[in-house]
Design a protein. Structure first.
Length: 274
């Protein structure tokens, strides 16, 4: 999210460019897997895709050699600005070509998925960056890889577009359903809280946790401009009603979460057990 927000802010001063891509990559890989592998720089050596320990001879896919990466990326940047296709089609083509170039030593999948949300928001297809295809790609992992590979081996762009656009439809419908359920939850809990207490501070607290579903008592005290004992009393009252729950299990440095909100957000984000 930090990398995505950075890129969306940065593009206001710097139109999409290879420089912006590298800056975003640098943030995305900070202190995570791959951070030591030329973070923020395009690769100068060959890479390949395959199982861990696979040699280049047995790789599932070998991207262009390093000396071809600058030209391929230049073409990608040019298409980003000059391509005339429908934005959703253009987004699919950009993602596929980026993954084919595989310009970084690590983090290409993460940057490629971020690029989808960035592009749709930057092109104002989305008002806010609320569409994430990561889980759709994970759920249909084999079809995702096969669709990309068939572009490279058979020129099957139509098959890739069908897969990608089906994902846009599926994820969009899920996002709409989730948003409606969150609104219903907020309304139901608001009415419940009002029926249990006449204190306007309880209503204020509920509004706060609806926008900040992970919080501490100190957060509440600052946001509502009340004393810590008062904030603690109101949080405990919501905990007693099963609306919030302490999520660390600690006695000190405790953190609460809006439990039912998390339950809704987590649905459909894990693969069923086999």
């Amino acid at each position: 999210m930090r990398a995505l927000n950075f890129s969306l802010d940065r593009v206001q001063q710097l139109p999409f460019s290879l420089r912006l891509l590298k800056e975003t990559h640098s943030i995305l890989l900070e202190d995570v897997r791959g951070h030591h592998r030329n973070r923020g720089e395009f690769r100068s050596t060959q890479n390949w895709i395959g199982r861990t320990g696979t040699s280049i001879e047995d790789a599932e896919f070998v991207p262009p050699p390093a000396h071809m990466v600058p030209v391929a990326l230049s073409d990608l940047e040019k298409y980003y600005h000059e391509g005339r296709e429908h934005p959703l089609t253009k987004c699919a083509l950009l993602h596929a070509q980026f993954e084919t170039i595989h310009p970084f030593l690590d983090g290409n999948g993460r940057i490629g998925r971020l690029l989808i949300t960035f592009f749709l928001r930057e092109q104002q297809v989305l008002i806010r960056p609320l569409l994430y295809l990561s889980y759709y790609f994970k759920k249909h992992r084999q079809q995702y890889y096969q669709s990309l590979m068939r572009i490279r081996t058979d020129g099957d762009w139509e098959g890739w577009l069908e897969f990608f656009l089906t994902g846009i439809i599926e994820v969009s419908r899920q996002a709409i359903s989730t948003a409606k359920r969150l609104i219903d939850l907020e309304r139901a809990d608001s009415l419940r809280i009002q029926s249990l207490s006449e204190s306007p501070n309880m209503v204020r607290l509920h509004r706060y946790i609806s926008a900040n579903p992970v919080f501490t008592v100190n957060d509440v005290a600052r946001a509502l401009d009340v004393t810590k004992p008062s904030a603690n009393k109101w949080v405990n009252a919501l905990e007693g009603q099963g609306i919030v729950a302490e999520i660390t299990g600690r006695q000190r440095g405790r953190v609460w979460g809006y439990r039912k909100l998390f339950d809704i957000l987590e649905e459909g984000t894990t693969e069923p057990a086999q």
